[in-house]
Design a protein around this ligand. Sequence first.
Ligand SMILES: Cc1cc2nc3c(=O)[nH]c(=O)nc-3n(C[C@H](O)[C@H](O)[C@H](O)COP(=O)(O)OP(=O)(O)OC[C@H]3O[C@@H](n4cnc5c(N)ncnc54)[C@H](O)[C@@H]3O)c2cc1C
Length: 510
Amino acid sequence: MNSLIIRRNLAESIKRLKLSQRTLCTDAAAKVSSSNGAQPGNGRVEQPNFSNKSNPYDIAIVGGGMVGMALACSLAKMPLTKQLKVAIIDSNPAVSNGLSIKKEDPPDPRVSTVTPATISLFKDIGAWKYVEQNRHAYFDQMQVWDYTGLGYTRYDARDVHKDSLGCVVENKVLHSSLLSSMQNTDFQKTIYPSRLSTMTLQPRNLSMGVGSTSSGLNEQGNLAKLDLIDGNSLYAKLVVGADGSKSRVRELAGFKTTGWSYSQNAIICTVEHSVENRCAWQRFLPAGPIALLPIGDNFSNIVWTMKPKEATDRKLKAEDEFVKDVNYALDYGFGPHPNSSTSGGGGIFSWFKTNTNLSANDCFKVPPKVLKLASERMVFPLSLMHANNYASKHVVLIGDAAHTVHPLAGQGVNLGFGDAFALSRIISEGIAVGADIAEVSLLKKYEAERKSANVTMMAILDGFQKAYSVDFGPLNVLRAAAFNGAQYFPPLKRSIISYASGDQRLPIFS
Ligand SMILES: Cc1cc2nc3c(=O)[nH]c(=O)nc-3n(C[C@H](O)[C@H](O)[C@H](O)COP(=O)(O)OP(=O)(O)OC[C@H]3O[C@@H](n4cnc5c(N)ncnc54)[C@H](O)[C@@H]3O)c2cc1C
């Protein structure tokens, strides 16, 4: 752990730190027990957790966003990890207090399309039942096309003998469902409502001796000392960076990254229709894709990628002008509809047609008209980032702290959930064989497993982003060929659906 950057908070006396930490942790634990959707009666009331060198946490999760919470929840559910002593550090009040979510409120514009693989992982840890108590929208159809009018692809869950292709859920619902699920366990967690400031690696106090800890783990090597911005400190054997794309853990641990900005921003918002939308729509426009995702009732979510300046201008436009722009972008704007009804599908590529796809005969459809805005508009800059390493001794990265991707295929948090569940399984396997959970050889198993899955997906998404950002005659024809290949060639279509569903197989013929 030579790469940890060592900085110390000189201003605080140790006595004051410990005292204030005790108070904060007690409060936080009490608040969390009564968070939204949780049933406090079922969970053990947490005692003040007091961390020092002789009583360290097994794991400190820095960042209690969706991915950090998924890790905590998964650890809480597995027999060999549920007795671990875990700290979660996040200043977001939703982590300590939960959120009050009312089904009748208009949907939050921050949503995620979760894949069938993620849904099944959520079911395994008992979190999906909480999602189902709130607004969510399964979709069984998807239509992808571009502005040239040369081709389109319609995907249908029937093609892969499934009920749905995914589900769109508000991020706050995913987050609070994980929190609720974790609350219903005996898990020993302490929430620190603060942010990580610095991190140092400290030698273990030898007078403690080497033996087993309260959780039965091997007690070897060093401890990480985490200093928080509120002046508290804690010690942990393993630090998990789940603190998002600007990860402080990644920075302090000295992990290098590779990546680039797309010079594109995504504008997101909730919109309302006169009918319920049951399909996920995505149209590639010259400046980037626009997606219309069902979110339940008559609402949909818009994720519209464009140049940064355009996004700023559109955010400020009058509502009716913005709605007009959205309908234009999803319908006839920039180019014609693909010619499905006259040729029976496929247009100039009708020779592709093999007729063995259930959805191959599905005509091109026009998305439901947007009537009005139902939320504020938010703008996010888009970039690709990948940490060259996810693990070193005592430190490991998950979720956006390890990788960020373009949202065009709605895969970002699904990859993060994949990380969280893989890490908890590998920690459990390590405990089963008596390994040190902070040992680099164990953490590298996690890195090897997740890196290959994440890098493959990132390469595919980046390729898509680039292929669909160019308006050039021959490339337009190739893109159209790809649409039609996917529309009319069943093995390719099944492969794409299966990969996008999180089955982890490459999109090749299977
Ligand atoms: C426009 C857009 C649309 C998207 N749509 C989808 C989609 O449809 N499907 C999908 O799978 N993905 C989607 N994504 C990606 C997805 O939103 C992210 O992958 C996901 O939010 C990452 O979750 P995370 O928990 O890793 O990080 P974050 O959500 O960033 O959470 C990080 C947490 O760490 C905390 N934190 C930060 N710094 C510190 C610190 N120093 N100390 C303590 N805590 C700290 C923060 O408070 C936060 O709670 C989209 C992204 C964008 C921008």
